[in-house]
Design a protein around this ligand. Structure first.
Ligand SMILES: Nc1ncnc2c1ncn2[C@@H]1O[C@H](COP(=O)(O)OP(=O)(O)OP(=O)(O)O)[C@@H](O)[C@H]1O
Ligand SMILES: [Mg+2]
Length: 287
């Protein structure tokens, strides 16, 4: 696809190309995964939503931590970025108790070594956001780990820096989002090191793929929350009795359209920028 660029990898959602030794092109596809399985049907413009949102947050969080973004290309889905040595952990911050955090809490009363108060309910807001790292699984689900294990992987000092940075980023974005009617229940970052060994935020930031977005007006603790963006897909998949292993089901046109609309709505609410404006000139998110 991009001429003179060597394809160096494929993730579930992104294609990676090498531009030069120290520069990569990350191209976000329209692939969607649910329950960690990539579905055969794409959601048009989803990759653009992810790219635009990441760019928006990268431009606004530079004072908290440097990031890999160098430029957004006019196609709205390609990011030129600094190539980093990625740290071998997923850096998750949770402001609410849900997903694997809720499961771990039910089983042990703790999440990644954070012992929490008794009697918390599904989707409760935590008194303070917590840092809950996970391993990067090559296949299947990431595994939550405690800070001791994470420190073995990246070193104690680096881990402390990552934890403080991740929590600061979460506080910044979750406050911004809450003012726009979206709760960020939790989010995942990937950090890397630059040539000088400095910590740099890479990958994507506060997108629907890396975060759980909940509509604030439907929030009610004590039960699972509807997902802002993937609920149509999840609900549809649940009606099929699909066993949630590969291959996933094709999605009907109305599920595709409804899901696309929700991605675009998340983009517009969070950025305050119309998606058409973004399509016309992706640079608008960086201003
Ligand atoms: N600046 C960077 N330098 C080097 N690698 C990067 C950089 N930013 C992101 N990456 C890597 O690029 C890949 C992004 O692809 P993608 O998000 O599709 O993959 P994935 O992580 O397998 O999927 P998922 O996000 O669903 O876990 C990841 O492996 C990520 O670690
Ligand atoms: Mg990824």
């Amino acid at each position: 696809m991009p001429e003179a660029a060597v394809h160096v990898g494929s993730g579930k959602v992104r294609e990676l190309y090498e531009l030069e030794d120290d520069r990569l092109l990350l191209v976000a596809s329209d692939r969607i995964s649910t329950f960690d399985v990539v579905l055969p049907t794409e959601i048009p413009d989803k990759g653009r939503v992810l790219t635009g949102l990441s760019g928006f947050w990268f431009a606004r969080t530079r004072a908290l931590v440097p990031n890999h973004l160098l430029a957004l290309r006019p196609d709205g889905r390609s990011t030129e970025c600094r190539r980093l040595q990625m740290l071998p952990i997923e850096c998750v911050v949770r402001g609410y108790l849900t997903g694997s955090g809720w499961k771990d809490y039910c089983a042990t009363g703790a999440v990644c070594g954070h012992v929490l108060a008794e009697g918390l309910r599904d989707s409760d807001q935590l008194p303070e956001p917590i840092f809950t790292p996970a391993t990067k699984a090559e296949e299947g689900h990431d595994e939550n780990i405690d800070r001791e294990r994470a420190a073995e992987l990246v070193g104690q000092e680096r881990l402390d820096e990552v934890e403080q940075t991740a929590i600061a980023l979460y506080r910044f974005a979750s406050q911004h989002a809450a003012e726009r009617g979206i709760l960020i229940a939790d989010t995942k970052f990937e950090f890397g090191l630059d040539g000088e060994g400095r910590l740099v935020l890479g990958d994507e930031a506060f997108t629907p793929d890396s975060s759980r977005f909940w509509p604030a007006d439907e929030y009610e603790s004590g039960r699972p929350q509807p997902s802002f963006d993937k609920q149509f897909v999840r609900d549809y998949c649940e009606t099929l009795g699909w066993d949630k292993t590969d291959p996933g089901p094709e999605l009907p046109a109305e599920v595709v359209a409804g899901t696309r609309e929700r991605y675009v709505e998340a983009f517009e609410r969070l950025t305050g920028i119309s998606f058409d404006e973004y399509l016309a000139d992706p640079q608008v998110v960086l201003r």
